[in-house]
Ligand binder design. Sequence first.
Ligand code: URP
Ligand code: ZN
Ligand code: ZN
Length: 482
Amino acid sequence: MTDYDLVVAGGTVVTASDMYRADVGIVDGRIAAVGTGLRGQRTVDAQGLLVMPGGVDSHCHIEQLQAGGGADEETFITGSTSALAGGTTTVITFSTQFKGHGILKPLAEYRRRAAKAMVDYTFHQIITDATDEVIFNEVPQVVASGVRSLKVFLTYDPLHLDDRQFIRVLAAARRTGALVTVHCENYEAIRWRTAALLADGRTEPKYHAWSRPAVVEREATHRAIALAEMVDQPIQIFHVSCPEVADEIVRARARGLKVWGETCPQYFVLSADHMDRPGFEGAKFMCSPAPRDAAASEGLWKLVRDGVLDVVSSDHSGWSYDSPVGKRANGTGAPFRDIPNGVPGLGSRLPILFSEGVSKGRIDACTFVRLTAFNPSRLFGLYPRKGTIAPGADADLVLWDAAKRVTMTNDLMQHIIDYTPYEGMEVTGWPVTTIRRGEVAMKDGIVQAQPGSGQFLARGPYDMIRPTGNVPFGFDASTFLV
Ligand code: URP
Ligand code: ZN
Ligand code: ZN
């Protein structure tokens, strides 16, 4: 008798807390049992492999709408392909706002585009213009539709918010039960240093790092936390690049604040020196905050072990090196200020973290699962449907060959971007099969999921992001529409 549609048999199941030999029985796309001797209509042999929850990448820029029409080069089809090839089954991407406009229309258009996805997906809502209409009327509708996180930039033209606008977003999130995620860099400090560097003729990509030293990230992180503390609104600090920034999170948590920190593979393996490659080559490694140095990277490992930084996302950004809309959009002689930021990383996130972390003995496999699937799933209200291997959860699994050695190439990434910053990097550990809601979506690098088979994940209220209730003088200013 067969009890299951599919059994993943004989592997080593890894969750955020345990690692043990077991079969996984799947019915109707969900995990029905974890045990031994399970029999199904179909079997996937996982002998010798790790069986981990499919990756949850909670920060990736896919087909993001651009001002003036169009979108990022990476589409939901190519982005999903890269995600599945790299063992990721769920993504959180970004619906945008353009200054002077609302958020409902772009969200509707973005949902239409995302319907082609082959991974499950949900969105963060970017706020770039905190008008009364957006904050009081549209944000509540967007959150009620299941988009339960707001994203703000404290730098970048034309995206950045000033302190007053940021406070209004924090208050709107508190009223509606959403999480706020923050890109922390000081806008004016970067502008000032950039103007001076350009005045001195220092235009090459390497000066991107000079324009935004760690102190500008630390200052903005401190400010974001302080304002969130005043409003009593939980936040996640995006892409923490180094320990001196993470220290702000340590201090906040010691005061009992709900502040979480994310980092990304680029901050473990890239440094400012990569932007000093000859010619325009350094542009391939330009992202914000800028990668720092080897000591900063090594320090991040302790922070992920300690749980200060509890999510590792890709911050996958869809800009090719050679395309007219990509890194060379303003020519190969463009000053660093005019080169699009961001590095691709959807397909490389899990292999890099596993190889540099687990294979090199810096973290164990359970920590890897916590950072890449369990914690993002909990923080963004997707748990227990995503991020774990337990009865009732979606059967999103990655079967991982921990011994497989691979030289990374752009072809293996299967994204639309024409390069990977990790070309030629040797990794140990590789995804060999990805199962999404019980379907084999990738096997041996061949992605076989159908466009449109991904599902939108509407996120309802959840406890983890409930405010603490501690507001200055006991006066909750967020209840007033000001
Ligand atoms: O340089 C980066 N990270 N680009 C993507 C947009 C962002 O800041 O997250
Ligand atoms: Zn950012
Ligand atoms: Zn980003």
